[in-house]
Design a protein around this ligand. Sequence first.
Ligand SMILES: NC(=O)c1ccc[n+]([C@@H]2O[C@H](COP(=O)([O-])OP(=O)(O)OC[C@H]3O[C@@H](n4cnc5c(N)ncnc54)[C@H](O)[C@@H]3O)[C@@H](O)[C@H]2O)c1
Ligand SMILES: [Fe+2]
Length: 468
Amino acid sequence: MAAHDRIVYLLRQLERASCRCPTHSHTYHQVSPASAPPSCGGVADYAFEMTSSNIRYGEGVTKEIGMDLQNLGARNVCVMTDRTMSCLPPVRAVLDSLAKHSITYRCYDQVRVEPTDSSFKNAIEFARKGDFDVYVAVGGGSAIDTCKAANLYACHPKADFLDFVNAPVGKGQPVSGTLKPLIAVPTTAGTGSETTGVAIFDYEPLKAKTGIASRALRPTLGIVDPLHTLHMPERLAANSGFDVLCHALESYTALPYKERRPRPLNPINRPAYQGSNPISDVWSRHALHIVAKYMKRAVRNPEDVEARSSMHLASVFAGIGFGNAGVHLCHGMSYPISGNVKTFRAKDYDVDHPIVPHGLSVVVTSPAVFAFTGQMCPERHLEAAEILGADVRNAKKEDAGTVLAETLREFLYDLEVEDGLEALGYTREDIPALVEGTIPQERVTKLAPRAHTQEDLAHLFKASLKLY
Ligand SMILES: NC(=O)c1ccc[n+]([C@@H]2O[C@H](COP(=O)([O-])OP(=O)(O)OC[C@H]3O[C@@H](n4cnc5c(N)ncnc54)[C@H](O)[C@@H]3O)[C@@H](O)[C@H]2O)c1
Ligand SMILES: [Fe+2]
């Protein structure tokens, strides 16, 4: 069965199994009938589970990695990075430390920026052949996610690629075996991938991203060395910072965990993305405060160590927040925006293929999305707008979405974000394909606080064609 047919088939099956209980119909996300995922199957959950991350933070802390590997008893280490990073100081710092501590390693520097299923498979092949006992990922989310997948499949040599990929694209099987230790050294600020159990890739047959999500994927240790972010060119600092902004905003406004359905029969099946909850809220809100205070400085001045370091920490905080609460519409809609890219060339990205960088693909719909979701938790939307600098003293609850949308629009304008989807090469004619690519993203879109149909998604894309 072709990938697209398989998705439609699976979604129809899910629809058939869905709960039609009228008392639950107010809660969330009904994507319109033809391909709807279940709107409210089962009873609501009553619990959430917080996984915390092992993070070491400090200027120059990368030099300790050789000792970490010794402490782990590493015999044969796999270092994964991308081609650009392999010539930059963060990778040199890691390799110097490995050499100093006589660690045997092999370096895979073919990570694709914005990975795909094929690029994941290449890395997996390298890992399967290598008999590695510890993995080290150096770079942004692309390198860290690729390394997570390589470790997962090398530890499951008989698994097919789609076995662990999120349903309905893949089989969504739980990870049963233990993975090798993975140390992540993030160099963007950023995805927070060093804190999450998620690996994202562009599934080429679908022209949209999907991922693998399991707590087993979460790195053993994240080495967060703020000096690495000083090398980021301006647009990379901006786009990866927008990812932090949206992780914080989406997790803070996600459907509350007590409204997420279904409650798992066995706790092992409680998803990593569980909806907003009191612990994630602390991390997400704090990340938002840092973004408000430091992001513009960090983008405009690469030598502003305080601002760049603060954003690096904010990416960790937001990662812990969204890694447990989840994200929703901006991320769900971003996956086809990056997957359907035609010719857009992102400034400051040294790659030989067109890409819409992740943070840009996410933030471009944010004004439309939060204008849409504002009515469901207006206090949170107003609070977020206030944190980002809006004067909300006289704002009405019914205007909460618009207030946050306008605050974001101004923020994006100040940071010179391209003027909407049109500037990224999309037209009205592309909207059906963008909607189609959003439908299989149920894992995240179901956490949107407001019910939505395919027509709503089309409207959100249309409203994002131009931003200003
Ligand atoms: N796993 C997760 O939890 C998670 C969360 C969000 C996003 N993601 C994924 O992460 C990917 C995006 O990652 P990203 O935004 O961190 O960027 P990236 O890893 O795609 O890197 C972008 C470019 O920046 C360069 N680069 C990275 N750090 C640099 C530095 N310090 N100095 C100079 N150049 C540097 C890289 O070489 C690359 O060319 C996407 O695939 C996205 O879907 C994953
Ligand atoms: Fe993200």
